[in-house]
Ligand binder design. Structure first.
Ligand code: CO
Ligand code: CO
Ligand code: CO
Length: 313
């Protein structure tokens, strides 16, 4: 395992980004993310990929400043598609105040796009996933369901309005949520992406050596997701997520298989999951509201039980 006195966050806690101290008053926050198209529209795909890449820096309480494009693109496809992907990415980067300063493209059978991101944070002000505390409350800033909805769209069974809603959620930056979090001071944070809510929560609780109790009834889900799940429209990654959290999660027996799948749905550019001390919860909510960030209190952190995550109905 790589270790160095200036590597404040590395591999060991499965965190969202590396944090490296370059000076006494400055840390770099470094991350990379890229993936194949999850929606047909190339502009939206590019925009979502960049919002998703920047999110790992926001989840660390950092400010992204610079990005480098990572592009895989088939030589046989029209170049206009690639231009649209990059235009979508550039639009979100500009919104975030991030400069895209270069990149690298290779030929590949399937397009892939994302960013290597450099951000900054003051030493000691970064927020890891390994410091959630007993008594914290868990706040989630985007609803779940984007994996199920984009899978439905690929199968041609998603209502256009539902897909639009999911795209808007995935394009939304986690910047304001992160600013609210750092202004109040959270215990821990991660963003919800491919491993789903339960997978990322498991990682956070395991790294922090505490247990989370969630209330299913409180967890925000994009309207229309439940109906698709009932029809069996569920991505393979979501099913694998549910299998892999099996031994780490105690589901109340009233919780259906569909609900378990929705809570494990593989997200792209999902929200921040913030673990905040109980006495700071109202201050966080006030800051989130002031910045127009929808959010929900989905559960709490308790002393470490035999298992990292317990889900109540
Ligand atoms: Co992440
Ligand atoms: Co990531
Ligand atoms: Co190169």
């Amino acid at each position: 395992m790589t270790s160095h006195p200036d590597l404040l966050v590395g591999f060991s806690t499965g965190d969202d980004a590396a944090v490296y101290r370059v000076r006494d008053d400055l840390c770099l926050v470094l991350t990379v993310d890229f993936f194949p198209p999850i929606v047909d529209d190339p502009f939206d795909y590019g925009a979502i990929a960049v919002a998703n890449s920047l999110s790992d820096v926001y989840a660390m309480g950092g400010t992204p400043i610079l990005g480098l494009n990572i592009v895989c693109f088939p030589v046989g496809l029209p170049h206009t598609i690639l231009h649209e992907i990059l235009r979508g990415g550039a639009a979100v980067a500009q919104e975030a105040g991030v400069l895209i300063a270069g990149g690298h493209t290779i030929d590949d059978t399937e397009p892939k796009y994302g960013l290597a991101v450099t951000g900054v944070v003051e030493p000691g002000r970064h927020v890891t996933n390994a410091s959630a505390k007993e008594g914290d409350r868990l706040v989630l800033t985007k609803p779940l369901g984007t994996g199920i909805i984009t899978t439905a769209a690929k199968q041609g069974v998603a209502e256009p309005a539902l897909l639009q809603r999911a795209v808007a959620i995935m394009k939304a930056l986690n910047r304001e949520a992160a600013q609210a979090m750092t202004s109040v001071g959270a215990s821990a944070c991660t963003d919800i992406t491919g491993f789903g809510l339960i997978g990322h929560l498991n990682a956070m609780m395991t790294a922090s050596k505490v247990t989370a109790r969630l209330d299913l009834s409180r967890i925000p889900v994009i309207e229309g997701t439940w109906e698709l799940a009932r029809k069996g429209v569920v991505p393979g990654g979501t099913r694998r997520n549910l299998e892999s959290v099996g031994a780490l999660t105690r589901w109340h027996s009233d919780i259906s298989e569909n609900a378990r799948l929705v809570l494990c749905d593989a997200q792209t550019s999902g929200g921040l999951l913030i673990s905040v001390p109980g006495e700071k919860l109202e201050a966080l909510r006030t800051e989130l509201r002031a910045r127009g960030v929808d959010h929900t209190v989905i559960g709490q952190v308790v002393a470490r039980a035999d298992i990292p995550v317990v889900v109540d109905p």
